[in-house]
Design a binder for this molecule. Structure first.
Ligand code: UDP
Ligand code: MG
Length: 322
């Protein structure tokens, strides 16, 4: 049996690019003879015709698998669903908008055959992205590199190819607050980067605004490090030390020069400052407690309302049953 390569594609309201994506992706397959392919299209609760288009593609092309989630669960969940339903010996992840050129697949497969478990795409340029997005992204990766023990490669997205054992390892991480880039890094295994120029979207608009990206960054920080909790401890410690020194000075001053009732400004500043720090620290605690709450419910990561398997997957699973 030929080796099967699955392409996982999360899509949310991508009706304008889906057909083009399918065309370009299958063209890349033609340049890789000797492998079977399947495209796992995950519909993340789109409100446009994305799902209809997916079903149409599946009816025309037996390599297409459709997994439709019951509502919009977000890209990370959609990606997880795709990885769960992919049956390939290697699984690649591509965005539906053609920002990651399908030609990357050829390099991916070459490195995978050379023995790497994870081949990830690294952006050398980001076309069509604003200065603000680029610089905030750079700041975020810089911060994460400093405070997290898991090294998350810079300038990489979700676009990558993983061997079966890497996908299985990833499948074991069922946490709800999913920061995929971090999870990808967490599993380890021999990895290699392929540089590419990230294209502008072929059509349609980005689904991530700055507020979503900010929340995404918070997710990244809180899922992979407890540094903010420690920060609260250190800030508290430093302030307590300064307060002690200041208190000693106030006492000494009172003993030497006598007591003059002054210091309303100092009092105000101290109270407000400490109040601010306390609220901030409680907020940090709250972020983590909220995540514990989320995890403790143990809900599934996504629900599927429709699954159309690819032909290759059917053959494999029937084979297993015999
Ligand atoms: N996406 C998704 N669910 C969402 C948001 C986005 O499945 O809730 C998909 C989207 O269809 C696309 C990929 O995630 O295939 C990347 O999204 P987008 O291009 O909007 O993000 P950007 O490239 O701007 O970071
Ligand atoms: Mg995009």
């Amino acid at each position: 049996m030929q080796e099967l390569i699955s392409i996982v594609v999360p899509a949310f309201n991508e009706e304008v690019v889906l057909r083009l994506f399918h065309e370009k992706m299958t063209a890349a397959f033609d340049r890789l003879p000797g492998y079977d392919f399947e495209i796992v299209l995950v519909d993340d609760g789109s409100t446009d015709r994305t799902l209809d288009l997916m079903r149409e593609l599946a009816s025309r092309d037996a390599r297409v698998c459709v997994v439709a989630l019951s509502r919009n669960f977000g890209k990370e969940a959609a990606l997880t669903a795709g990885l769960d339903y992919a049956s390939g010996d290697a699984v690649a992840v591509f965005d539906a908008d053609l920002q990651d050129p399908p030609a990357l697949l050829i390099e991916f497969v070459r490195h995978w055959k050379a023995g790497y478990d994870v081949v990830f795409a690294r952006r050398t340029h980001r076309d069509g992205e604003s200065w603000l997005k680029k610089s905030t992204a750079a700041g975020f990766y810089g911060l994460m590199a400093r405070i997290s023990r898991v090294l998350i490669p810079r300038d990489t997205g979700d676009c990558r190819l993983m061997s079966r054992r890497a996908v299985d390892a990833l499948g074991k991480l069922r946490e709800h607050h999913r920061f995929m880039k971090g999870l990808f890094a967490w599993i380890g295994y021999p990895s290699i980067a392929v540089d590419y120029r990230r294209q502008a979207r072929a059509a349609g608009d980005t689904k991530f605004n700055y507020w979503k990206l900010w929340n995404f960054a918070l997710e990244g920080v809180t899922s992979f490090t407890t540094a903010p909790l420690r920060l609260a401890t250190y800030v508290g410690f430093v302030i307590a030390f300064l307060a002690f020194v200041f208190g000693a000075w106030v006492i000494a001053r009172t003993l030497i020069w006598g007591d003059v009732v002054r210091g309303y400004p100092t009092l105000m500043v101290t109270v407000l400052f400490l109040g601010g720090i306390q609220l901030f620290s409680i907020g940090v605690l709250g972020e983590y407690i909220g995540r514990i709450f989320g995890e403790s419910k143990g809900r599934p990561l996504y629900l599927v309302q429709l699954h159309v398997p690819s032909l290759a997957a059917k053959v494999r699973h029937d084979g297993d049953a015999v």
